[in-house]
Design a protein around this ligand. Structure first.
Ligand code: HEC
Ligand code: HEC
Length: 362
């Protein structure tokens, strides 16, 4: 079931998962350091469909300015904070912003498996695409991982902006909730200078402190919960869906939405050398849907190949939810995906129905 943990975990991993799950759902308040600017009061408030750790149906706004080829990000980042704990710290839209992007929350099921894919595997996939004769040219998002302070292949977020769940937890805790932590120590609020934020900050310094007994921080607990969330199980393949999977490969969808990638050797046997059936290459592609935001290694036009596992639980599709169904989502593919989109349009009705049956089984 969505929200369950991986099987084969040790007792220690299970208790970390359970403690993490509780913290992921728990609502934070002023005394925990919430705000001054924030978008949600718990991780679970945005990641809850169809179970805790899932996706969300509301979008977040990012904004920036683009002058020709020059991308200008507002101080403190492109994320607009919707709420504030103090009216003196109401985030402001930059007056000259001309890029507005909306993004849905991505689901976290199977995230530990995604994290366990070696960088070398993603680099090899990009190299193989570069040598091919079609339009598909994925790029590895090489980013500095703040958790390990090393250059890593990003794979989380619509822009593959993070490589590790610890780094994403730190980013989300500060940027979504205003709860500063060792990895993201500064309060942020779109358009607000540091002195103004300091004036509204109820808990100065690092908000996410270690528990005196377990020595764990909130970000360690979130990491533990997400790492051990099981991937979404697909439905048993009907004959139509089985045929649809063939069509999916034949028209080139599987070039980016790769059916399976292996994790590498891992200290945790539940994550070691396992297939990751996510239907993604986790690379950046320009398929003409880009949101105009430069982020980490990604350019405005590039987005991560959306993993398709758990697709049947999702309602609004594409990063901004602008596709209200599978057919509209596929029809939006242009750029690097124009070849397979064209083949899709020419599919005989039976094959197209089979393809959609396959997608609905994921
Ligand atoms: C206000 C809504 C909101 C809250 C609160 C929130 N998130 Fe998210 N989350 C998002 C959105 C939106 C994305 C997609 C971000 C992007 O790529 O721009 C996301 C993406 C993620 C991802 C990337 C998963 C993937 O594979 O792409 C992780 C990990 C994550 N969130 C963890 C957390 C954690 C941990 C917390 C709590 C500290 C949290 N989130 C709180 C909205 C939220
Ligand atoms: C060149 C790489 C590439 C190819 C080829 C490709 N896709 Fe995609 N696909 C993407 C990217 C990137 C996104 C995310 C785009 C966004 O959100 O703006 C995406 C998104 C999707 C989504 C929406 C998923 C979600 O969670 O919102 C579906 C469904 C989908 N693709 C199906 C297909 C099908 C079916 C084909 C074959 C006809 C195909 N794709 C071919 C890269 C590709």
């Amino acid at each position: 079931m969505p929200g369950d943990r991986l099987s084969g975990l040790t007792a220690a991993s299970i208790s970390l998962f359970e403690a993490g799950k509780e913290d992921f759902a728990s609502v934070e308040g002023l005394e925990d350091g919430l705000g001054p600017a924030f978008n949600g009061v718990s991780c679970g408030s945005c990641h809850s469909i169809p179970a805790l750790g899932g996706s969300g149906n509301s979008t977040e706004t990012r904004t920036a300015r683009r002058d020709g080829n020059t991308y200008i990000e507002p101080a403190g980042g492109s994320l607009l904070h919707l709420f504030t704990t103090d009216p003196r710290c109401q985030p402001l839209l930059p007056v000259n912003a001309n890029v507005f992007a909306r993004r849905l929350a991505t689901p976290l099921f199977g995230a530990g498996l995604i994290e366990a894919i070696p960088d070398a595997t993603l680099l090899a996939i990009a190299e193989q695409q570069r040598r091919s004769f079609d339009l598909v040219r994925g790029r590895v998002a090489m980013i500095r991982d703040v958790a390990s302070n090393t250059m890593r292949a990003g794979r989380f977020g619509w822009k593959s902006q993070h490589a590790t769940l610890l780094a994403f937890s730190g980013d989300a805790y500060t940027n979504e909730m205003g709860i500063t932590n060792d990895l993201f120590p500064n309060e942020v609020g779109l358009g607000l200078p540091a002195q103004q934020l300091a004036m509204c900050d109820t808990v100065p310094g690092i908000d996410d402190r270690r528990d005196p007994v377990t020595h764990l921080r909130g970000i360690d607990l979130f990491e533990g919960f997400m790492k051990f969330l099981a991937p979404p199980e697909r439905l048993p393949l009907s004959p139509a869906a089985a045929r649809g999977e063939q069509v999916f490969a034949n028209i080139g969808c599987a070039r980016c939405h790769m059916p399976s990638i292996m994790t590498g050797p891992n200290a945790n046997p539940a994550l070691s050398n396992k297939p990751v059936r996510a239907y993604s290459d986790f690379l950046l592609h320009d398929i003409g849907t880009g949101d105009g935001i430069d982020q980490a290694a990604a350019r405005g036009g590039e987005m991560r190949t959306a993993p398709l596992w758990g697709l049947r639980f999702r309602r609004m599709l594409m990063h901004d939810g602008s596709a209200l169904g599978l057919d509209p989502a596929v029809q939006m593919h242009e750029g690097e995906a124009a070849g397979s989109r064209m083949l899709y349009r020419f599919l005989p009705p039976g094959d197209r129905a089979a393809l959609l049956a396959f997608l609905s089984s994921l």
